[in-house]
Design a protein around this ligand. Structure first.
Ligand SMILES: *[C@@H]1O[C@H](CO)[C@@H](O)[C@H](O)[C@H]1NC(C)=O
Ligand SMILES: *[C@@H]1O[C@H](CO)[C@@H](O)[C@H](O)[C@H]1NC(C)=O
Ligand SMILES: *[C@@H]1O[C@H](CO)[C@@H](O)[C@H](O)[C@H]1NC(C)=O
Ligand SMILES: *[C@@H]1O[C@H](CO)[C@@H](O)[C@H](O)[C@H]1NC(C)=O
Ligand SMILES: *[C@@H]1O[C@H](CO)[C@@H](O)[C@H](O)[C@H]1NC(C)=O
Length: 671
């Protein structure tokens, strides 16, 4: 009965909100004037720590203006389990009533308001209930009552997750932005086919189970890497640019209601260890979301601090630190304006017993026994194509990981970093097992730059890292106890639609005539990237033998700025556009001899953007069958939790002898 009532209330609230469902919103997770975060439809792992934020909005002006701009300060919050009698929220958790907070914020209702610079102003009254946990599986109804007769309800589900462990370790490979279309294109350029049959395959192709992941954000159907990673790691959807939190309307990035991530639960409750490997900045969204809690993925310095030391200024779990942390983004580590509070973060890691390495030679020399930090350059790691084929591009980058202006030339690849991480974690894991996330970040970064060859090179490097990991685990006798997953966080609208005769294209003067060089259907021919005639790179099996064939793949994306295309490999990294005034135009120095196509994006977009597509999930290991079918990105968190037996009950509880979990332990509801 209770749930019927709450559905009616939610529907009413949605109808009465004049701009609900528009792309510009007061607060995406909050269609009515009362906000409950975590919102309706949220799922929880039993015992997973989280905060509750409630807000009451009083719009001062704009289409929603109401209540004279005075928010109700006497709102009430209750919680009810499975239709039981609602209880006062603070009471149910044995908390003192939190203090009332007040602020205001502004938002634009649409593009006309933005052009006219007429923001709508909203006054807010709010409270935060911090560090909570629900242990009993079931449905919980949280109700915020305000303005006398209005309510906002949220139905929460605490999922029934097994306490029985099926795998000891989990390795989660993420090809950032990687789609099935990209995997298909990578296979085409790296694996030879005879009469339509591939003679070798991607390692991913050998995985026994494949699933399909929906990447929709909490409040937008095109996602970004922060909230999508956060969904994979925490089982909670969030909003663009946010990780480990639900986005509230306050200005402070760090006071938003937090949710605990897989590595935090795994370490706090189960004493497992974890690691992260990325070709991006370690502060970038995909690695940072493992341990980060901020509404802005750009709080780079603070996110690295959170990885090592836990969340500053809140009593939240401090047991977050990785055992292995390999990647790039040295500017967040040597003391400078980008490192947290200007401090030497290398020193902080060393003080916590990490071996610190800054080049490939030292990485390979690391033993298996110690925790390790490896940061190999400033900025993102140069991509596989530049590290292995067009190596002159490594010169002049002034990306010395120690902070000098020299070039970082002794660079590891993803396979080097991954196999070393596996050795260390597998050796240090004890009975508790390990969780490792490995990200091929530049699949996404190069797709943004419309540099398809660089993106596919890094996708092939990811496949190489997967191949090497499986071989290494087998040699170490750890393969059978390890669940291996390969997936993505979102995609780009990329595909190959034929081949392009680059010589014919270049020889034509007329832009329209150039398009005749594109061979479709029968004229696409066969892959020229795997021909033995031009084996000059020595980059080994499972990579192209020739990156500069006459007949190149004709590929493109659905979302792009104005651009010039000639389909040839870019011998130096691609810059598709130039800025003139506030707009971007096709870069006259890019795609020489090619033809210009009009963009499909706003003219202030310099690069391509993400798309809606579902992404694949490949599974190999003791829990592989859990990953069949079509499911939500958040389900990956619950499937991994099921596989590792992360369900807890009150008795085994927090496992914390650190006295940090008082709120959730002091007095539990509904038992
Ligand atoms: C709302 O009020 C603010 C502050 O007075 C003003 O700047 C803004 O233009 C107003 N917005 C609308 C939509 O009237
Ligand atoms: C609440 O009461 C006000 C004032 O009587 C009324 O205008 C409004 O429609 C009511 N809202 C709901 C959701 O019942
Ligand atoms: C923590 O609190 C201090 C003092 O109020 C403040 O300067 C700092 O910015 C806060 N840090 C974070 C990450 O919120
Ligand atoms: C690699 O780093 C070590 C210190 O860990 C240093 O002694 C060595 O010179 C570096 N090698 C190169 C090629 O930069
Ligand atoms: C398409 O490109 C041409 C040539 O640059 C330009 O004149 C035209 O305005 C563009 N069309 C749109 C819709 O942007």
């Amino acid at each position: 009965m209770f749930s019927k009532l709450s559905i009616a209330a939610t529907a009413l609230a949605a109808l009465s909100a004049p701009v609900a469902g528009q792309t510009y919103r007061r607060l995406g997770s909050c269609p009515s004037l009362g906000c409950v975060l975590p919102p309706d439809q949220a799922d929880f792992l039993p015992g997973q720590l989280f905060d509750l934020r409630v807000e009451v909005h009083a719009p001062v002006n704009g289409s929603e203006a109401a209540h004279d701009g005075k928010p109700d300060e006497k709102f009430k919050v209750t919680i009810a389990k499975d239709g039981e009698k609602p209880r006062d929220f603070a009471d149910a958790f044995g908390l003192d009533e939190p203090k009332l907070e007040k602020w205001d914020f502004q938002w634009y209702e649409d593009l006309f308001a933005e052009d006219a610079d007429k923001p709508s102003v909203v006054n807010v009254a709010a409270k935060a209930y911090r560090k909570l946990a629900l242990y009993e599986p079931g449905t919980y109804t949280v109700t915020l009552s305000y303005y006398g007769n209005e309510t906002t309800t949220a139905e929460w589900t605490v999922r029934d997750v097994s306490k029985e462990r099926k795998a000891k370790n989990v390795i989660l490979f993420i090809g950032d932005g990687m789609t099935t279309n990209m995997i298909t294109a990578a296979r085409l350029i790296a694996h030879k086919a005879i009469n339509g049959k591939y003679q070798s395959l991607m390692k991913m192709d050998e995985f026994p189970v494949i699933g399909h992941q929906m990447t929709h954000s909490l409040d937008s159907y095109i996602t970004d890497s922060a909230n999508s990673a956060s969904a994979l790691y925490s089982g909670h959807k969030s909003s663009v640019n946010a990780m480990g939190v639900y986005v509230d309307s306050s200005a402070d990035h760090f006071d938003d209601p937090k949710v605990e991530t897989i590595v935090e639960v795994f370490k706090r409750v189960h004493k497992g260890i974890w690691g992260a490997v990325s070709t991006a900045l370690l502060a970038d969204a995909t690695p940072a979301a493992l341990s980060g809690h901020s509404r802005s993925r750009y709080d780079y310095g603070a996110l690295i601090d959170q990885a090592l030391n836990g969340v500053t200024n809140f009593t939240w779990t401090k047991q977050t630190g990785p055992d292995v942390y390999f990647g790039a983004g040295a500017e967040q580590f040597f003391p400078n304006g980008n490192s947290y509070q200007g401090k030497d973060i290398y020193d902080q890691f060393a003080d916590k017993d990490f071996q610190v390495v800054m080049n490939r030679t030292s990485l390979l020399e690391l033993g298996e026994d110690d925790k390790a930090l490896g940061v190999f350059c400033q900025g993102n790691l140069p991509v596989w194509l530049d590290r292995n084929v067009y190596t002159d591009n490594l010169k002049g980058l002034e990306n010395d990981p120690a902070g000098g202006d020299g070039d970082a030339l002794d660079l590891p690849g993803l396979t080097d970093m991954t196999t070393k991480a596996v050795e260390i974690l597998d050796s240090r894991k004890g009975e508790e097992g390990f969780f490792l996330m490995v990200e091929a970040a530049s699949v996404d970064k190069q797709m943004h730059a419309l540099d398809y060859d660089r993106a596919l090179g890094d996708l092939l490097e990811l496949d190489d890292a997967i191949r090497a990991t499986i071989k290494l685990l087998e040699e170490r006798g750890s393969l059978e106890e390890t669940q291996i997953l390969v997936t993505a966080d979102h995609g780009h609208g990329f595909d190959v639609y034929g081949s392009a005769d680059t010589e014919y294209l270049e020889a034509q003067d007329d832009e329209r005539a150039k398009r005749r060089a594109i061979g479709t259907y029968a004229n696409s021919g066969e892959s020229q990237y795997t021909q033995p005639r031009n084996v000059k790179y020595g980059t080994g099996a499972n990579f192209p033998t020739d990156w500069e064939p006459r007949y190149a793949i004709a590929a493109g994306v659905g979302a792009h700025p104005d651009m010039r295309e000639n389909y040839k490999v870019h011998k130096s990294p691609r810059s598709p556009t130039v800025r003139i005034g506030d707009e971007y135009y096709a870069n006259p120095e890019d795609g020489e001899g090619g033809f210009v196509t009009n963009g499909t994006l706003a003219t202030d977009e310099a690069v391509g953007v993400h798309s809606l597509t579902d992404v694949p999930v490949y599974a190999w290991g003791p829990c592989q069958d859990l990953f069949q079918g079509t499911f939500n990105n958040v389900d990956i968190f619950y499937k991994i939790s099921e596989c590792l037996g992360l369900g807890v009950d009150e008795e085994s509880g927090d496992g914390g002898d650190d006295g940090e979990c008082k709120t959730s332990r002091r007095k539990r509801q509904h038992n």
